[in-house]
Design a protein around this ligand. Sequence first.
Ligand code: URP
Ligand code: ZN
Ligand code: ZN
Length: 495
Amino acid sequence: MGRKAYEVLLFAHGWYRSLLEGARISHGLASIIIRNGKVVTSLENFEADVEIEDGVITRISRSGLSGHPADRVYNAEGKLLLPGCIDGHTHFEMPFMGTTTADDFLSGTASAAAGGVTTVVDFAIQQSGGSMMQAVEAWKRKAVGKALIDYSFHLIVRDLKATDTEEISNIVSAGVTSFKVFTTYRKEGLMLEDGGILDVMRRVGQLGGLVAVHAENNGIIESNVEKFLKENMRSARYHRLSRPQEAEREAVQRAIYFSGIAGCPTYIVHLSSSEGRNAVKEGQLRGLPVFAETCPHYLIFDDSVYDRPDAANFVMSPPIKGKEDRAALWEGLREGVVKTVASDHADFDTHQKSLGKDDFTKIPNGVAGTEVILPVLFTEGYRKGRLSLNQVVQASSTNAARAYNMFPRKGTIAVGSDGDIVVLDPAKKVRLTQENLHSKIDYSIYEDYVAEGYPVLTVSRGEIVSEDNQITAKPGRGVFVPRSGYMPHKSPLFD
Ligand code: URP
Ligand code: ZN
Ligand code: ZN
């Protein structure tokens, strides 16, 4: 075939694939072959070579791809190839509690990429008095020109007076199919009343979307906070004490009842307690479409951190609970009640955390974590025999892709899927110090923790975005991943 004809064929192929696959955009390397690695998906492990061309996985060969040319060949002997992680819970450049999270879409996605994350789902917040669409547009502006990896959004619904649930259908049409509601943070103007939550769930359920719930009982928290402040108990440990696990259990149960009434798939985000885990499990046993996410900090620490001098750095909501809660969350992951591990990356530097040095209610809530999801799951989950490698992949990638309806474009290593792969070296040990991590903040809550097994290469749509802990991607190369709604109750997670 002459060069011209070949170019025409390539053009037609590209045009056809872009028709089929929507908004794929390829940048950087045209082709890469990753050789001799062990591919791990949510179901299987096998030795293979993997080829990515124009951003998409084109060949997976168990007998090898030697002889096939590529712009880059990476030898992954002795290493694992996992689907790029999907961090379904980030808050980049989020205005919150009188300040703004330290990481924006540039530093946040750098941190994500270094940790093996190839897609983040960030929370766009409806402003009080604003429309939902304004929030989506505002969050797109934050991401465009900065994101190093692909991104999608959830929409936080906070003001049903400014708009109504009919607007939800426009948001779903715009490719944002998951919504978050808060049962607390009344004073911060984020909480929805029960009726509002039910209204949102009804509409989202009809449209085949998903509602994520921040589940903590506001009344319990406000009553405890008032009591502690009156008694002049103002240190960070009272943040923990004001939010007992009953607060989580009650709100999780309520969300599950609403899910049943509304027929809406419901996702309990940042689950932190044994009681919460039990409530989710009961809901699942009743056949309701409910599932849960937990975060690395709940899987590593226990609430003794609130006795440390740097306790403020561990203030997030819900707070870290006891050792038995941590064990219950691991058990929840093992048995599949807890489906995903996401970061809840909402970080604040030491100066921002010090805003609450005399009053725990003023400590901005949140921690960094997108970079540690995979190292923590591998070290604590796989190495310690709590999870299989396949379960590590389910929790870090495949289940999020399914829940958020990105599968099989994301969340697996398969021909036709995006070329999103993380190569993990099981022999590489890294101390998770501030210097070794990529977020903007000036400390790491994981300073004393050594991960045993670490990402050494992160590939996003065929382009190397991080190699040996160095970021190699250009700002703005990440693209928005639009999603469509699934039929209510038909998400593959419920099969
Ligand atoms: O403390 C937290 N989790 N901050 C971020 C906001 C949220 O509730 O997810
Ligand atoms: Zn939350
Ligand atoms: Zn969050």
